[in-house]
Unconditional design. Structure first.
Length: 365
């Protein structure tokens, strides 16, 4: 195990994908002691379904609990505190994670009802829920998605669910970025199982999900969020809390020199998710033929960045080719390794949204 490794799998059997990532990472060996109290922290910010692009898919929680129990770990809890304004007790039922906990006979702890203590987080006093200090090992299950204030939200910001409502309110008065970075100096994420299935374009509450059908595993939350930023068309340095977390020693933003381990290449996808009007409008610029979700989703994120910059206006619909249906064929502008014979091509399987955006800027200059 190396902190700069991460694991990636694509498909639509989300429970099995979670199990495969944990097996590849050797999580059982990393935890070792079967008596350790292990906390599983999903994102259940509000009473939403995972298909909206806001909360962790219950199948991933199911996969984690199945794997851990099969490996002999029985001291397990799932814990979360929803955002201010929503009741965790309601949100956990709506999203389906409460039923998963019942199925596995694993307690769900509502942190909105928990006591808290104030600790020194690298020079900033922060209140953290007491249950966090009872854990020996923490597995974070964030959703890769956009956020209306921090631009990106992923592993580092998902820790905000481990603080009381009063502290969540204070974080907003402080601008979110600095307190999120400091919070992660006292909350250690031992492993991150990243839900990159259908996170929202730019809003934490969902509504415009972008289908990627990927599950990833990281040891480093800063590396995880740096990957998330690039997957959405940003540089890690564009996101203040990621930059600050690295400066505080929480982890590394060096995605370029990370070691990706791809699992289960070529897993067929059978599930089809609906596209919202906004995503469909962006998709009109793509001429997709048998495109994998991760490649197609990366293009949607890149087009959203270019739309924000006003660069889509004046370009014709279906002007960008993408997908396995273009293998061996020629054309003008192609995205992904399947369009390698095109006049202008950006390779990668899948390419990152940040690279797609820069490539298209250059073509459209």
């Amino acid at each position: 195990m190396s902190k700069n490794e991460y694991y990636m799998i694509q498909g639509d059997d989300y429970k099995q994908m979670a199990v495969q990532v944990l097996k590849a990472a050797g999580l059982a060996a990393d935890i070792a002691d079967r008596s350790k109290r292990i906390g599983i922290k999903p994102n259940i910010l509000a009473a939403k379904k995972a298909s909206d692009g806001a909360v962790t898919h219950p199948e991933l929680v199911d996969g984690v609990l199945t794997y851990l129990k099969e490996e002999g770990f029985l001291n397990l809890v799932v814990l979360e505190g929803s955002w201010v304004g929503d009741l965790t007790s309601q949100a956990v039922r709506v999203c389906g994670i409460y039923d998963i906990c019942k199925k596995h006979q694993v307690p769900f702890i509502d942190l909105q009802k928990d006591a808290f203590r104030t600790v020194d987080a690298a020079g900033m006093p922060i209140s953290v829920c007491e249950e966090v200090f009872r854990l020996d090992y923490l597995i974070n299950l964030p959703v890769l998605k956009g956020h209306c204030q921090t631009t990106v939200t992923c592993a580092l910001k998902n820790s905000k669910g481990l603080i009381p409502n009063s502290e969540k309110r204070r974080f907003h008065t402080l601008g979110l970025h600095k307190p999120i970075a400091h919070l992660n100096t006292v909350i250690h994420q031992d492993f991150i199982l990243l839900d990159n299935i259908c996170g929202d374009l730019d809003f934490e509450e969902g509504g415009n999900p972008v289908v990627m059908n990927r599950v990833l595993g990281f040891w480093d939350p800063v590396l995880c969020d740096s990957f998330a930023a690039e997957s959405m068309g940003y540089r890690p340095s564009d996101i203040a809390y990621i930059r600050l977390a690295e400066q505080l020693g929480v982890g590394s933003t060096d995605v370029e020199h990370a070691n990706p381990i791809v699992l289960g290449e070529g897993i067929p996808e059978k599930k089809k998710m609906r596209s919202t009007k906004r995503v469909s409008k962006l998709a009109a610029y793509a001429d997709a033929k048998d495109a994998c979700s991760a490649c197609y989703g990366s293009l949607i994120y890149a087009l959203d960045r270019l739309n924000d910059e006003g660069l889509l206006a004046g370009h014709s619909a279906a002007s960008i080719s993408i997908g396995q249906g273009y293998r061996g064929k020629t054309g003008k502008i192609g995205i992904g390794q399947c369009t390698g014979c095109f006049e202008k091509n950006l390779g990668g399987c899948p390419p990152k949204a940040v690279d797609i955006a820069e490539f298209l800027r250059q073509q459209w200059e």
